[in-house]
Design a protein around this ligand. Structure first.
Ligand code: NAP
Length: 305
């Protein structure tokens, strides 16, 4: 199924919206893409680099006559943006979003949408630590998952149309329930980010003592943490504030495991450590076999000139 929308509006013009615009163009999308961002600075950059066909000066203007409107703003801003665009939406249009959390977004957005609008939330599981209108690239979604998380009562045709669009942009799609999405993402994305933020914070404390040795001698594991911990602070603040229940649940389990490993180290229980690390190594192999990463050695040198 090809992309069935004649006009697509992207609200928020950062990494994800920019990548969507570029991926749509790469897919040969012939319709019009309009865009809006709240600050004149972002709109000016989007115009300068020709990110979308038409950058509008209000969200209402951008969504006018659009068959699909995608909210690409931080999770905590979704409700206010939905309220702003609601009166200007075309009857029968689909509203979607790309937020990293789903239950809170459904709760914030759905009450604002008129009855004649289809609401189909999505979550592309792809990103980088960069943000803003210059950060996007057409390949971001290639072979990544885009989870389609229909709100209660979503129309089947509207769901199929949005799945087809994400597939045309290079993504694999899977339909998932809201609560399941939020728990899964707490495990595979949200808590790993929190751990990276924490480890970098600990190292920062330490480096005050060791006078920058942490940076000078940073090993691959720590460098990976710093990359993740460089992610956008607004986005990640909103993720934790809006996926509170699931992240606290997984954080509780993480803490229990950490204490168990701490005890194994203290008591010299090498067998427990070895078994644990053998098991986790098998999970890495599973990710590579599923095509979600490559097993090429990565010493972080590729980026070093
Ligand atoms: P981004 O590059 O920082 O862009 C965010 C956009 O939202 C900007 O255009 C910004 O406008 C606008 N915005 C920020 N605060 C706003 C507010 N309070 N009201 C209205 N607009 C506001 O962010 P992104 O990485 O594209 O993320 C967008 C969404 O995608 C988020 O919901 C995030 O959870 C989700 N997501 C992100 C990733 C990732 O790895 N980055 C992956 C999957 C999903 P100005 O520039 O004018 O301030």
């Amino acid at each position: 199924m090809a992309i069935s929308y004649d006009r697509i509006a992207l609200i928020g013009l950062g990494l994800i919206a920019g990548s969507m615009a570029l991926a749509l163009k790469r897919a040969g999308y012939k319709g019009e893409i309009t865009g809006y961002a709240r600050t004149p600075e972002t709109r000016a950059v989007a115009r300068e680099i020709g990110l979308v066909d038409r950058v509008c000066d209000s969200a209402a203007e951008a969504v006018e006559d659009a068959d699909l409107v995608v909210l690409c703003v931080p999770v905590g801003a979704m409700g206010a943006v939905a309220a702003e665009i609601a009166p200007a939406l075309k009857s029968g249009a689909t509203v979607s979003d790309v937020g990293s959390v789903k239950a809170a977004v459904v709760d914030a957005v759905a009450p604002h949408l008129p009855e004649n609008i289809h609401f189909v939330p999505t979550h592309p599981m792809a990103g980088t630590e960069h943000s803003g209108p210059r950060a996007g690239f057409a390949e971001l979604f290639d072979n990544r998952w885009c989870l389609i998380v229909p709100a209660a009562g979503s129309d089947a045709d509207a769901v199929a149309a949005i799945e087809a669009m994400w597939q045309a942009m290079g993504a694999n799609t899977e339909v998932m329930e809201v609560e399941h999405h939020d728990l899964l993402c707490a495990i595979v994305s949200h808590i790993p980010h929190l751990i990276a933020y924490t480890m970098v914070g600990v190292a920062d404390d330490f480096s005050r003592v060791s006078e920058q040795e942490v940076i000078k001698f940073s090993a691959a594991g720590f460098r990976d943490f710093t990359r993740i911990a460089a992610s956008d602070p607004t986005m990640w603040r909103d993720v934790f504030l809006n996926n509170k229940e699931a992240t606290l649940e997984i954080l509780g389990r993480f803490t229990e495991e950490l204490f168990a490993l701490q005890r194994a180290i203290r008591t010299g229980d090498g067998e427990q450590l070895f078994d644990y690390f053998t098991h986790t190594r098998a999970i890495r192999r599973g990710i590579i076999e599923a095509g979600q990463d490559t097993d090429a050695p990565d010493f972080g040198r590729a980026k070093v000139k």
